[in-house]
Design a protein around this ligand. Sequence first.
Ligand code: E4P
Length: 220
Amino acid sequence: MQFFLDSALVDEIKYALDAFNIDGITTNPRHVQVSGKPFLTVIREIAKLVEGTEKTVSVEVNPHFMTYEEMVPEAEKLAAISPNFVIKLQCVEPAFKAMEALAKKEIRVNCTLVFSAMQALQAMRSGAYYISPFIGWKESNGEDVQGFIDDIVTIRDNYGFNSEIIVAAVRNARQIVDAALMGADIVTAGLSVYQEGFQHPFTQEGIRKFTQFWDKTPYE
Ligand code: E4P
């Protein structure tokens, strides 16, 4: 399973690339705003970090753009900036036609803001490269997310669609493991979600105990 970092903070991305070799990056308008930099500046900086690799950077088209005519030229403009870019389009009806047109031009699309298996199915039919079901939002709303991921993975496999599934809006390690168990291809989460998941209190306890034994034993 691939781990993507959900961030537009250059230092965080550099750290996660170095410390645990993240496989890709996803950004959204909130992350870009948090970076404090203009959109094009920050996505160019992120592109530099993965230049010459296969790692993808998902960059989102202006969310005001709700028509095919607005989405396609903007997606083309962004895709021309870096071969690592995958263009995020919101999961709305005009985006499906845009995905088809962009796929024909070999521009990869990440269909974002996916909240139902039906939306995912149509995005797959339209040639989306990535499908991003947002599980955190659903779980906070009391909805079942395991079944949701399972449905999307099953549909993809039943018909041999090429889309990869990025489980997004992930809040904790349990959700990452659930996504892995359901056979999702990728998970995207913030740095702290991964770091918290890599830790365990028993690991700390073990280190404390073994250090005491070590300190009482000669090395040679
Ligand atoms: C995914 O691509 C999105 O950027 C992301 O996971 C959004 O989730 P959040 O803003 O609820 O954390």
